[in-house]
Write a protein that binds this ligand. Structure first.
Ligand SMILES: [Zn+2]
Length: 150
């Protein structure tokens, strides 16, 4: 988990937030590679309340380059960084396929990184606070601020 937080630096989070803003009023969705590249995906739902991704397009993007996806992100433009019930069921379905990639949910004020603990319960592995005065100067501090282990 620490590796994910090291990848999600302030410059990387800025790219996520650029995507968030570009896709307003709809939810944005994408993934972050281990080298910090942010790959935008098309939200085929074109909705401010949900997202859907084409599996063939996703598979194509994953096959097109080397590396590891360290986080899958999407936004909640109307606010809140909790998983919706459909988010939670999608995340559980992903884990049942042995794909243990944490989900980053961002809104206008920050983000939460969701991950299963060893018992398979969904926990918050990190909180990103954009209103933190350190945002823009020290990525790790920004992530550690308010970091909770549930
Ligand atoms: Zn969601």
């Amino acid at each position: 988990m620490a590796e994910v937080l090291n990848v999600l630096t302030v410059p990387v989070m800025r790219k996520v937030y650029r995507h968030f803003n570009d896709d307003l009023p709809n939810e944005c969705v994408g993934m972050v590679w281990d080298d910090g590249e942010v790959a935008r995906l098309l939200n085929q739902a074109h909705s401010p309340e949900r997202f859907s991704v084409s599996l063939p397009l996703l598979t194509e993007k994953l096959a097109a380059r080397e590396g590891i996806v360290v986080a899958i992100y999407h936004s909640h433009p109307t606010g809140g960084t909790h998983l919706s019930s459909s988010d939670e069921s999608s995340l559980r379905a992903q884990w049942r396929r042995d794909i243990f990639i944490p989900w980053l949910v961002v809104d206008g004020e920050g983000g939460k990184l969701w991950y299963p603990n060893t018992e398979g319960e969904i926990t918050v592995a990190g909180i990103f606070v954009t209103t933190d005065p350190t945002f823009g100067t020290d990525a790790r501090q920004a992530w550690e601020y308010g970091l909770v282990q549930v």
